[in-house]
Design a protein around this ligand. Structure first.
Ligand code: ATP
Ligand code: MG
Length: 611
């Protein structure tokens, strides 16, 4: 490609909206352009890199015996009603109607569509196992689209679905995908870890997320250097503190004026934070009944006008009208004072989704349950679901709120003084906590999920009726797995890990081009001849090459080459007359003066070994 003829525009300034390196550099290099919030287009270089990542994914999927198809992004609501997800998916699902008022969604994922294909076309055990995949644009109306391609509302995903006769078959399919994913991300040049992930409130079995390690990642992971354990902190099992054997002392009320935080109480009563009980209060909502129920009342008889903020505009039963969520219950959660609550574990324990739970309005909740903001404790609460962390029954003589302004109770004990509706692990695991496998201290890292593999089991085959007949004509449910890779998010993650203060540093396999030949003085005949020659030779050798033959100052050309992140730069300048050019790798600092043939040979060899 001749840069003089290309439609490529780099930006000198950092675009105001961009906060993280991948977003900044993809915009500055002219690889992507924003249409509206969370929606991006891919320009010449950007699209080349997307297609290269897609190709790597495609090759590895094909090697793992998966077959590529392409289904529509437009999915009829009926299929989502069958699986039950039309109601529960929440406001991220992008719902649209056609001119006949028929409801559709723009697919955020495609379990329903693929299950539908298979239930119609597979009936014998002979047709299984089967793995179908597509590389397709997905839509999610994310609450907070940000960081460019990292969390967008339209993005390219590879999604694969495996169909097996039984669990053992699924295990094999899952492992094959796991290996394929390791190869895909390695080939893309990512530093990543497969980590144990959360299978969600909706049930499900084994699942792992492939997490690219980077500072701006939205996922926290913990891992153990002593054993192989690595997990998303969302799902990492907490290890309970050892039970305490202490005599139970009588509950005592203490006047603790103004001590609304754990720190303040612990200080005031002279106890370590581990001897206190932290309370967190939530309101849990439900979708309205199908008959168009709106509102509802709380127990004081006051009308509830839906969840106060967030997610009010999505349609649950139909497209169009706003939904008013109905208050279902109040929830009080108790954990040891020095711990943090893991929201994912709480949502799983309650079986609710994110958009149906939020921190309670303490005053409103207090009227119903007796809780007192800042002084809430487990004794004397009523009309509320109580959850406690699994280590609390083993701890003794804790200090908790008295449900009375400016008062706490000491020597509060589980079993004797209060009980919970649910006792389960609710702790957020932190760096330094013991590894749940080997007990050594865990380390912490940030990352971004670039792919996920998931054993679905029979969730979709059961709800949608996907079955096969075995050798004896007996009917069984097909056992499924699903496997996603964020193609465009992977592109951003690679930039996040491969950039410097001058621009992107593409790994060879997904670089938009391999070599840039920078022609310093396009009107110098010798320089032009040498550069044109190099350009032709690289093309003949199958090396993807850019000729920067623009009528620009050399400084501009060098800056642009660095921003683009092209792995090899060959500069043709004054010394071209002596048959010499400059050879520089984007990832290094060394500038070599080589004769033209040597520079050409080096570049070709590097591309052939690394691509
Ligand atoms: P997240 O937790 O980050 O929202 P997810 O777990 O909901 O992601 P999946 O349903 O597992 O995402 O989708 C498969 C892959 O698609 C993810 O691993 C990720 O790489 C990509 N992906 C998901 N949401 C987005 C998005 N909003 N923008 C870009 N890529 C995305
Ligand atoms: Mg995921």
């Amino acid at each position: 490609m001749r840069l003089s003829k290309a439609h490529i525009k780099t930006l000198r300034e950092i675009p105001g909206e961009a906060e993280i390196p991948s977003h900044i550099w993809l915009l500055r290099a002219g690889m992507i352009r924003k249409t509206v919030s969370g929606v991006y287009g891919f320009m010449t270089f950007g699209w080349r890199t997307v297609r290269k990542i897609e190709q790597i994914v495609r090759e590895e999927m094909d090697l793992a015996d998966a077959q590529e198809i392409l289904m529509s992004a437009l999915q009829p609501a009926e299929l989502w009603h069958e699986s039950g997800r039309w109601q529960v998916y929440g406001p991220e699902l992008w719902r649209v109607k056609d001119r006949h008022d028929r409801a559709f969604c723009l697919g955020p994922t495609a379990e329903e569509i693929f299950t539908d294909i298979v239930r119609n076309e597979v009936d014998s055990y002979r047709q299984l196992p089967l793995n179908l995949y597509q590389i397709q644009t997905k839509y999610r109306d994310e609450a907070r689209p940000r960081f460019g391609l990292m969390r967008s509302r339209e993005f390219i995903m590879k999604d694969a679905y495996s169909f097996d006769r039984d669990e053992a078959g699924l295990d094999v399919s899952y492992l094959k995908m796991r290996e394929a994913y390791n190869r895909v991300f390695t080939r893309c040049g990512l530093s990543f870890r497969p980590v144990i992930a959360d299978s969600g409130a909706m049930g499900g079995k084994d699942t792992e997320e492939f997490t690219a390690l980077c500072d701006y990642g939205e996922n926290d992971i913990v891992y153990c250097d002593a054993c192989d354990f690595a997990a998303n902190t969302e799902s990492a099992a907490g290890v309970d503190a050892a039970p305490v054997s202490e005599e139970l002392l009588p509950v005592t009320e203490v006047h603790t004026p103004g001590t609304k935080t754990i720190e303040a109480v612990a200080d005031f009563v002279g106890l370590p934070k581990e001897k206190t009980l932290k309370a967190l209060l939530f309101a849990v909502y439900r979708e309205p009944a199908a008959d168009g129920e709106t509102g509802g009342t709380d127990k004081t008889g006051r009308p509830i006008s839906g969840k106060p903020d967030g997610g009010l505009d999505h349609a649950a039963g139909d497209v169009g009208g706003a939904v008013e969520y109905v208050l279902k219950e109040y929830v009080a959660v108790f954990i040891r004072g020095d711990r943090e609550l893991n929201m994912t574990k709480l949502m799983n324990a309650l079986g609710v989704q994110e958009h149906l739970i939020e921190f309670a309005d303490e005053a409103q909740m207090g009227l119903v349950t007796g809780a007192v903001g800042g002084f809430t404790g487990p004794i004397g609460l009523h009309d509320v679901k109580i959850l406690t962390d699994s280590e609390l029954p083993g701890l003794k003589n804790l200090c908790a709120g008295a449900n009375k302004i400016d008062y706490h109770l000491t020597n509060v004990n589980y079993g004797r003084d209060y009980e919970a509706d649910i006792v389960t692990d609710l702790k957020l695991v932190k760096a330094g906590d013991p590894c749940p496998v080997c007990g050594k201290p865990l380390a912490f890292a940030r990352g971004i999920e670039v792919g996920q593999i998931f054993k679905l089991g029979t969730k979709y085959s059961a709800s949608m009726g996907a079955t096969y007949k075995d050798e004896n004509q007996e009917e069984h449910l097909i056992v499924m797995g699903c496997y996603g890779i964020g193609v465009t998010r992977t592109m951003a993650a690679v930039v996040e890990q491969n950039h410097d203060d001058k621009g992107i540093i593409w790994p060879v396999p997904i670089a938009p081009y391999h070599v840039i030949v920078t022609l310093v003085k396009p009107d110098d005949e010798t320089q032009r001849r040498v550069a044109e020659n190099l350009y032709a030779q690289f093309q003949a050798a199958g090396v993807e090459v850019i000729l920067d033959d623009r009528d620009e100052r050399p400084g501009v050309k060098f800056n642009d080459a660095d921003i683009f992140g092209i792995p090899i730069r060959i500069t043709v300048g004054k010394k071209a007359a002596d048959g010499l050019v400059e050879y520089k790798l984007r990832r290094g600092t060394e500038v070599l003066e080589l004769d033209v043939a040597e520079a050409t040979a080096r570049a070709i060899k590097l591309v052939q070994t690394e691509r």
